[in-house]
Design a binder for this molecule. Structure first.
Ligand code: FUB
Ligand code: ZN
Length: 678
């Protein structure tokens, strides 16, 4: 793929994020989320759904010890499942040799340790490191002599290992373990967990592949693909890349591997190509051009495909990634960067099906979209990827966490009527307030690992070029040959559109590629004296740098009314309001009840003001608008229907707040899409 322009994320060790916005999020993760999640993993959070995560590792470690002391006396317990969850008979009396919780509970630890690793690169913290080392000891004690490390099967019987790849998440937990281990090693240089992950990877590599005698399966929930690529990039061991490539290549081939595991699925009579779309295993990946099935699984797979395409130069695979990217972002993505519009299967549906009040838009899915975007950028710096990355980050991702970092959304609707969440079964998945924790707690630790590594999404680099995909205050070091360039970015994104860049890069030949956001119709570059060129939404700057130089970019943050394509039935006649990359919404607290009665003035008469939500500074918007009055029908005032009359309106001021800050002031109505008065 010579025609591409590869780059890789800048190591977090070479970036310090300094701005109030993202540094604030990282500090929340460090001070609130990481300690809170450690308590949650140990089931110490009063009133929160139990995790059982560390319990399971301890139980598996105990079994290991006993096996060594007394020989193998283990009898596999019989578990009672609810879905993929094992519940204790008495939650207050856990048995110290039994597994509880979802089959993928191990991954909660892995995501937590990954977040800890990233956080330590920005803020050394010996106390936290000590807790993390202790947790790693507990996890590693559970590892089997052959390298296997998944507590569900260790505790329920190893003879069943790899017998339900489709549903039981062994390879998902495996992938997360690698991600956590790599991050912790990169942050601390400590390799205990990394070695454990490698031993597990060696075990998986010895068991999977096209060779006779090996299993020809692949993960039911993807992530191992991109994790193995990370392990390969760290260790240089080809076998990990080969395993990632094998998982990508094998997926969806006929006869379906999952048919052997699940003959009952064949008997259900699904047409072949409908059978495994939930797992993106309905077709070989290179033949896929529409995003289907479970949305988190999908974007994790596409991220792994992009990684493999980048490292192997596989153009056909890259072509599939591009088609899938276009399909998602042109047909199946909310204005917030949310994806996966139905709770049934937490999945994508059909083109333009983007209901607002029953939306699923799982936080993890937007996070996965960010992963996919960054990987596409690593192949080719085209601003369309970074634009979506930014959209998802400031909206569908951040909405997943309360402003105090203490509660979380799994589902991110674009319209909420609290009564419906309580009384309408179709909307039970939509919560009107964030939850402390979840039995299936995939989203909170996923947020923690993304937010604490945000710098590696903002910047990628190749030999001589630094790509600025997102603007955030930070300082960076970039090596160019034997020389080092220092770059300082000062910005008050997303509230102000000015970005000041200071460069100390004399004799380095440093080039900069600055993304021009899709939300600004014009921009200005002040104080730069060298050569400039625009390509694929990036402004390339090149010059012989002096000792220290500074210049400024101005991206005007205009307020815009955004309309959806008419094919999106739910949004026709309505607009979402955006300022810069931030999507805004109306909340009942500021606008009264019955938000459906509000209309915005098409002239967009709007003022921007400084405000705060629960102490967090934000820009608020006030737009001229109207409230539709109830139609007055004499004698029939309680009638549900009446003969249509020209509606009447009164003037109203619409108070908008950033979407990601909604539901921080108690339970109330919210809406993103608002009607426009003709
Ligand atoms: O299956 C593991 C995780 O739980 C998925 O990634 C989430 O969507 C949730 O289903
Ligand atoms: Zn999730």
């Amino acid at each position: 793929m010579d025609k591409h322009n590869y780059s890789t994320p800048v190591s977090l060790k070479n970036i310090q994020v300094t701005d109030t916005f993202w540094k604030g999020e990282m500090e929340l993760v460090r001070k609130e989320v990481i300690p809170y999640q450690w308590d949650a993993l140990n089931d110490r959070v009063e009133g929160a759904a139990p995790s059982f995560c560390m319990h399971n590792f301890k139980a598996a470690g105990k079994l290991n010890r006993e096996k060594k002391e007394k020989g193998n006396t283990f009898i596999a317990p019989k578990y009672t499942f609810r879905g993929f969850e094992v519940l204790p008979e008495d939650p207050k009396q856990l048995k110290d040799d039994e597994f509880y919780g979802f089959v993928f509970q191990d991954s909660d630890f892995s995501k937590w340790i990954e977040a800890v690793g990233y956080s330590l690169t920005q803020h050394p913290d010996p106390e936290l490191e000590k807790i993390a080392d202790g947790a790693i000891d507990i996890v590693c004690a559970a590892q089997q002599d052959d390298g296997y490390l998944d507590t569900y099967y260790i505790l329920s019987g190893r003879d069943a290992t790899f017998t339900n790849l489709k549903d039981h998440h062994e390879l998902y937990c495996f992938g997360h373990l690698i991600e956590g281990a790599v991050a912790y090693f990169q942050a601390t240089g400590k390799d205990k967990l990394l070695k454990a992950a490698e031993r597990f990877a060696d075990y998986v590599a010895a068991n999977f592949g096209t060779e006779e005698g090996k299993l020809h399966g692949y993960p039911g929930h993807e992530i191992a693909e991109m994790a193995l690529v990370r392990l390969y990039e760290l260790t240089g061991k080809e076998k990990y890349l080969n395993l990632a490539r094998y998982f990508v290549d094998e997926r969806g081939k006929r006869p379906y591997y999952f048919d052997q595991e699940h003959p009952e699925e064949v008997k259900k009579g699904h047409e072949d190509e409908l059978r495994y779309f939930y797992n993106q295993a309905h077709l070989p990946v290179r033949k896929q051009d529409e995003a289907f099935g479970h949305s988190v699984r999908a974007v994790y797979l596409y991220s792994g495909m992009a990684d493999v395409a980048r490292l192997t130069g596989d153009e056909t695979l890259y072509g599939a990634c591009r088609r899938l990217w276009d399909n998602i972002t042109e047909k199946k993505m909310y204005v917030t960067g949310g994806i996966g519009s139905t709770h049934l299967g937490e999945a994508f549906t059909y083109a333009y099906d983007l209901p607002n009040d029953t939306a699923y838009a799982e936080t993890c899915a937007s996070i996965g979209l960010v992963f996919f975007a960054r990987r596409m950028l690593e192949i080719a710096p085209e601003a369309r990827y970074a634009n979506v990355m930014e959209r998802a980050l400031y909206n569908g991702v951040l909405s997943g966490m309360a402003l105090d970092g203490k509660s979380f959304f799994y589902v991110n609707p674009l319209e909420v009527l609290p009564e419906a969440c309580h009384k309408d079964e179709r909307k039970f998945h939509v919560k009107p307030v964030r939850q402390k924790w979840f039995g299936c707690a995939c989203c909170p630790p996923n947020l923690a690992r993304l937010l604490s590594s945000i710098g590696s999404y903002a910047y990628t680099e190749n030999e001589d070029t630094l790509f600025l995909h997102l603007y955030m205050g930070s300082t960076l070091e970039k090596k160019i040959g034997e020389k080092t360039a220092d770059i300082r970015v000062e910005s008050n994104f997303p509230w102000e559109g000015d970005v000041k860049i200071t460069i100390r890069a004399k004799d380095t030949g440093l080039k900069l590629a600055l993304r021009i956001p899709d939300w600004c119709s014009r921009y200005e570059l002040d104080g730069f004296t060298g050569g400039t060129e625009e390509k694929d939404g990036y402004l390339y700057l090149q010059k012989d740098w002096g000792e220290e130089e500074e210049f400024t970019l101005h991206f005007p943050m205009e307020v815009r009314m955004i309309a959806a394509k008419e094919a999106v039935r739910e949004d026709i006649g309505k607009v979402a309001v955006m300022r810069g990359p931030v999507v805004y919404c109306l909340e009942e607290t500021d606008n009264g009840k019955d938000l459906q009665k509000l209309l915005i003035d098409p002239e967009l008469n709007v003022t921007v003001s400084d405000g705060n939500i629960c102490g967090t500074p934000v820009k608020k918007l006030t737009a001229a608008g109207f409230r539709q009055l109830d139609t007055h029908i004499e004698k029939e005032s309680e009638a549900l229907y009446h003969v249509w009359k020209k509606p009447e309106f009164e003037k109203a001021e619409l108070s908008y707040i950033p979407y990601y800050t909604w539901a921080n002031r108690g339970e109330n109505e919210m809406q993103v899409w608002t009607r426009v008065r003709d």
